[in-house]
Design a binder for this molecule. Structure first.
Ligand SMILES: Cc1cc2nc3c(=O)[nH]c(=O)nc-3n(C[C@H](O)[C@H](O)[C@H](O)COP(=O)(O)O)c2cc1C
Length: 363
């Protein structure tokens, strides 16, 4: 009898998000899911080659499996960045061909690269050659930019990328409009086309295709996986409603045995990490700002957010702020103090909330 295969981490990933998915955020997310693949914020190849790699790439080994996202359009520079990153122990290195910000466009990379698929293939080939063999080199792209026709552009890009050895791509299933929209609007206004990504998977059965964009909960994620995609990537919903997405993920997406941890367990698991961070001179808010959504949708959520946001950034703030925030949750919702029932999903309003779909992702 062969052992059942463990589903790969890319079956569910948390998207790269600048200013959000830093090392503290990833450590926090890891306390909820041991299996999901976690992406870094984008780091530009330029910054890595000329800057301080330890500051830009340092992370806790407990964050693995972890993917580094690089930005750039110079194959030689990207290869150098990959060699610098190799000893840091990333499981994947990803090229950003989806970010539409002006800053990124002026360096001519990110979504603007959708116009130069040959260059994207050259970048991927250089990264592949530079990466250790056990590190996946992947691509994150849009379905097109501006007036491009996604039905033609996406298959052309993927065919070229596959020809140089790309095995996996994450597709943010909307165009980027490079003029006139802010990056935030570019995550909301161009319409989503999930169906194009499903059709693309059927056209490229040998390529692993991960869908991103507007996936608000695990029911939707499971529907996409059941329809044949290799993975789903969730961004804003995972950040804003982390307990709803990540606490049940190992059980529902990866088939792990329960029981799920509760949000209280997660807060408790963060304590030693926060203590180490504070002892090293770090500020409480640097960690707790990512934890504001931990009780989202549950009784006491507002009290939790209020205590952490009002006091977390005060100079000298320590673990007592976390404890006070937990006490405020307990006061606002004595029922949820029965902890383990929260995530088992069957009893009480709290259980229903962690098993439910969160509202559609916002900003
Ligand atoms: C605050 C923020 C920062 C982001 N930064 C990046 C980034 O550095 N690299 C990238 O490829 N995408 C970035 N994105 C886009 C997300 O990775 C993702 O593609 C997008 O939010 C759509 O997924 P969602 O609907 O699940 O949020 C960012 C999104 C947000 C909200």
């Amino acid at each position: 009898m062969t052992a059942p295969r463990t589903p790969p981490a890319h079956r569910l990933s948390v998207a790269p998000m600048m200013d959000w998915t830093d090392r503290h955020c990833r450590y926090f997310h890891r306390q909820m899911s041991a299996r999901a693949l976690l992406y870094t914020e984008m780091v530009t190849a330029q910054a890595l080659v000329h800057g301080d790699p330890r500051r830009l790439l340092g992370h806790d080994p407990a964050e693995r499996p972890i993917a580094l996202q690089l930005g750039g359009s110079d194959p030689g520079l990207l290869a150098r960045a990959v060699r610098i990153a190799a000893p840091f122990g990333f499981d994947e290195i990803n090229l950003n061909v989806g970010c539409p910000s002006d800053r990124v466009q002026s360096g001519c990379f990110g979504a603007a690269l959708m116009r130069t698929p040959g260059l994207v293939a050259d970048c991927l080939a250089a990264m592949r050659d530079a990466a250790p063999p056990d590190v996946a080199v992947t691509l994150k792209c849009r379905i097109g930019v501006d007036d491009q026709n996604p039905e033609a552009v996406l298959p052309d890009l993927l065919a070229r990328a596959a020809a140089v050895g790309l095995r996996r791509v994450v597709v943010h299933a909307r165009k980027a409009w490079l003029q006139g929209l802010s990056p935030k609007q570019n995550r909301e206004i161009p319409p989503l086309d999930h169906d194009l990504v499903h059709r693309t998977k059927r056209a490229f059965p040998g390529l692993e295709i991960v869908l991103n964009g507007g996936i608000a909960g695990l029911d939707a994620a499971l529907a996409h996986l059941g329809a044949g995609l290799d993975g789903v990537m969730i961004g804003r919903a995972a950040y804003q409603t982390p307990a709803a997405i990540l606490i049940p993920a190992d059980r529902r997406i990866f088939g792990a045995a329960g029981p799920d941890p509760t949000p209280f367990d997660v807060a408790a698991a963060m304590r030693p990490y926060i203590a180490r961070h504070l002892a090293g001179g770090g500020r409480l808010h640097a960690v707790t700002r990512h934890m504001l959504g931990l009780f989202a949708g549950l009784p006491g959520a507002r009290a939790w957010r209020q205590v952490l946001s009002a006091r977390g950034h005060e100079p000298g703030a320590g673990l007592e702020v976390l404890d006070d925030a937990l006490a405020a949750v307990a006061r606002a919702a004595p029922a949820v103090m029965s902890g383990p029932e929260i995530s088992r999903g069957s009893r009480g309003p709290a259980g229903a909330a962690t098993g439910a779909e969160p509202p559609p992702a916002g900003g």
